[in-house]
Design a protein around this ligand. Structure first.
Ligand SMILES: Nc1ncnc2c1ncn2[C@@H]1O[C@H](COP(=O)(O)OP(=O)(O)O)[C@@H](O)[C@H]1O
Ligand SMILES: [Mg+2]
Length: 242
């Protein structure tokens, strides 16, 4: 079976430094695949390259396929139009606008193959946001902001949702809450590529997990296998997870 997302031999170079060194990742339909690694491992560089975003001027080689289509040369907005939607780390929300305004301004692209979520659909996913619908986003907690960011991504009708460290800066209870919502979306049919520094949290919800170290995948397996993996245990001890 061909994967919904098929990233093969991706390399991303900033000048002379190779931040992502030959990474291959596949995400099947309805699957939650996590890539975990320490700060600086290359997680954001990887997902930015997959989504077609660029910070600085990275040189990217390798292939990115969505549902069999080579999207690796398309601009970010074209990839998003095909359903490859990224929630970047710590971004994706307009602070000066209310929750409702943030959700309303995003419209699904015309003719999208992804599932369009209405504002109401998003509020069904994140009931906590219903109570805060009229609140300005600058007044939200970190967890609520992350829910708005994911909600905005859902409004854009993703086929494949990419999340860059949704747990960052959240209280432990909210990490569980946000990741549980993500798992629920996957169980309802969405496909997700999740990037996390928090390996332990990622293992709670992922179907499969890859460990990224200095731009390379050093271990891969199902969540059950990876819970037993020495390298994952070392990653905890090395301060990767809380
Ligand atoms: N715009 C950039 N220009 C040069 N180097 C960068 C840039 N962004 C990230 N890097 C470097 O690439 C490596 C990977 O960074 P990053 O992808 O942000 O890691 P992570 O998201 O896993 O913390 C780091 O060594 C970082 O310093
Ligand atoms: Mg990052």
């Amino acid at each position: 079976m061909s994967a919904l997302l098929d990233v093969a031999d991706l390399r991303v170079r900033y000048g002379h430094s190779l931040a992502v060194d030959g990474v291959s990742v596949r995400v099947g339909a309805g699957e939650l695949v996590a890539v975990a690694g320490a700060n600086g491992a290359g997680k954001s560089t990887l997902v930015d390259a997959v989504a077609g975003w660029s910070r600085g001027r990275p040189a990217v080689t390798g292939s990115v396929r969505l549902a069999g289509q080579d999207v690796g040369r398309l601009a970010a907005h074209r990839r998003a139009g095909l359903g490859l939607v990224l929630v970047p780390e710590g971004k994706g929300v307009f602070d000066g606008m209310t929750v409702q305004e943030n959700l309303r301004v995003v419209r699904p692209p015309r003719g999208t193959a992804g599932r369009p979520y209405s504002v109401d659909d998003v509020l069904d996913v994140f009931p906590r946001l219903r109570e805060r619908i009229a609140a300005r986003c600058s007044t939200l907690s970190g967890g609520e902001r992350q829910m708005v960011a994911i909600g905005r991504a859902l409004r854009a009708a993703p086929r494949l949702l990419i999340l860059d460290e949704p747990s960052v800066g959240l209280a432990p209870r909210l990490v569980v809450e946000v990741l549980t919502h993500i798992r629920d979306l996957v169980d309802a049919g969405l496909s997700v590529l999740l990037v996390e520094q928090n390996v332990r949290a990622a293992l709670e919800v992922a179907d499969r997990l890859h460990l990224l170290d200095q731009g390379r995948i050093v271990a891969s397996g199902t969540a059950a296998q990876m819970r037993e993996d020495d390298r994952v245990a070392q990653a905890y001890l090395g301060g990767l997870g809380p």
